[in-house]
Ligand binder design. Structure first.
Ligand SMILES: [Ca+2]
Length: 417
């Protein structure tokens, strides 16, 4: 059935319609279509996707209902300060992090005006601060909540993961269960996302530490992504109390046993697909060269030895875009979309989107719906304009999609059929 759906998508380029009513935007979308945005909203870095072959037209194909996914977007909450991540509790309440260091809760669509007490102090400079929030798969039994954040000072900081107990009102028993062993300077490239695997372990993405001229141990800090004794530029796999599982890929090597994959620049989108048992990661390039990677244990994703990106100055980072022993990305975005937040849609509410990836874009200010074939190759993309920097996208337990926008007055936006 998926094959049939996908072949239908590939066989047509259909039209798109967009209509705004107040703060609700109704989008009628054909599979495979690409939006032509009004000139005033085209981002400075234009999406690297060609415009639609068809001029928008009211002439709808007769089988549009089988190939199109109609949806509308609604702003649920406003007034969030640079929200970064969201997670649902079993009772339906949502936890939302704000990068300056607050954990908020939304119950029945209403933001509690008081932040949740007990969040550890964070280093909130540049890209740093309070980042991911993740709820233990067995929260109903153990009430564990996990936070990722940058800790320290401008001169010496690092990404940490803390586990805390949440009683519905405040955090308690806050314990740091993981941290990057090396301190770094500046406010760049902390990562960080957490995703749970079916075996009860978690993956956590850690950034490479920063751009030139930032150095560590006598070389550019980005080189740490290839250093198997460093946690910078990695995906780590951890037990739920922070230790390294005994079946991690490098436990018997001269390496940090938490490392699961390496050669990453800065992953801010990480998702597990329960339909295929695949792990997907979106990674920021420097200038261009953002990546979607199919992440697998023990693999080297190449940064900074191979890359499609250039220095922000325009200079060359590497002549090589691919090399034996290093895994090529499944998708490269140049110009950069600045990907953050990643969801695999597994619900039933958007039937045409089942199995698709949704990647947020900070610079592109949109969602990218990514259609995959059975082998995990990208066969099509659709731009869903949001109009603000998209920091996170998630599927809710009831099968809708939610988006957080990275603004001083950030929003929680719901997509529904
Ligand atoms: Ca790569």
């Amino acid at each position: 059935m998926l094959v049939a759906k996908r072949s239908r998508r590939l066989s047509r380029r259909l039209e798109c319609w967009i209509k705004g009513i107040g703060n609700t935007v109704i989008l009628l979308v054909s599979a495979g279509c690409t939006f032509v945005q009004p000139a005033s909203t085209i981002p400075t870095a234009a999406p690297a996707i060609s415009p639609p072959a068809a001029v928008p037209s009211p002439n709808r194909p007769t089988d549009i209902a089988t190939t199109n996914q109609t949806f509308q977007t609604t702003t649920v909450v406003e007034g969030l300060e640079h929200p970064w991540s969201m997670a649902w509790l079993p009772d339906g309440a949502m936890l939302i992090t704000e990068r300056p260091g607050r954990l908020r809760i939304v119950r029945e669509g209403v933001l509690n005006p008081s932040a949740i007490a007990g969040v550890p102090d964070v280093f909130a400079v540049g890209q740093g601060g309070l980042m991911d929030v993740s709820v233990h798969p067995r929260f109903a039994q153990n009430r564990f909540v996990y936070l990722t954040y940058s800790h320290g000072t401008e001169a010496a900081n690092r990404t940490r993961i803390a586990r805390a107990t949440f009683d519905g009102q405040a955090l308690s028993d806050v314990q740091v269960i993981f941290e990057v062993t090396q301190a770094k300077e500046g406010g760049q490239h902390f990562g960080s996302r957490i995703v749970w695997l079916p075996d009860g372990t978690m993956l956590a993405s850690i950034g490479d530490g920063g751009n030139p001229p930032t150095q560590l141990e006598g070389e550019l800090i980005r080189q740490q992504a290839q250093n198997l004794q460093s946690r910078l530029g990695k995906i780590a796999r951890l037990n739920d109390e922070g230790s390294a599982p005994s079946d991690n890929p490098f436990v018997n090597a001269t390496a940090d046993a938490v490392i699961w994959s390496y050669g990453h620049r800065n992953i801010q989108g990480l998702a597990f697909d329960p339909l295929t048992n695949r792990v997907w990661a979106t990674e920021h390039g420097s200038r261009g060269g953002d990546e979607l990677n199919l992440a697998q244990a023990g693999q080297n994703y190449g940064w900074p030895i191979v890359t499609h990106s250039r220095e922000y100055s325009g200079g060359v980072i590497s002549d090589a875009q691919s090399r034996p022993g290093m895994v090529d990305p499944k998708q490269v975005w140049t110009p950069a979309i600045a990907p953050s937040g990643l969801a695999v849609y597994t619900g039933d509410r958007f039937a045409a989107w089942k199995g698709d990836l949704f990647a947020g874009g900070l610079v592109s200010q949109d969602l990218r719906r990514i259609d995959l074939d059975n082998a995990g190759n990208v066969v099509d993309q659709q731009i869903i304009p949001i109009g603000q920097r998209v920091r996170d996208v998630r599927q809710s337990p009831d099968g809708l999609l939610y988006v957080l926008t990275d603004e001083p007055n950030g929003r929680l936006i719901r997509l529904e059929p």
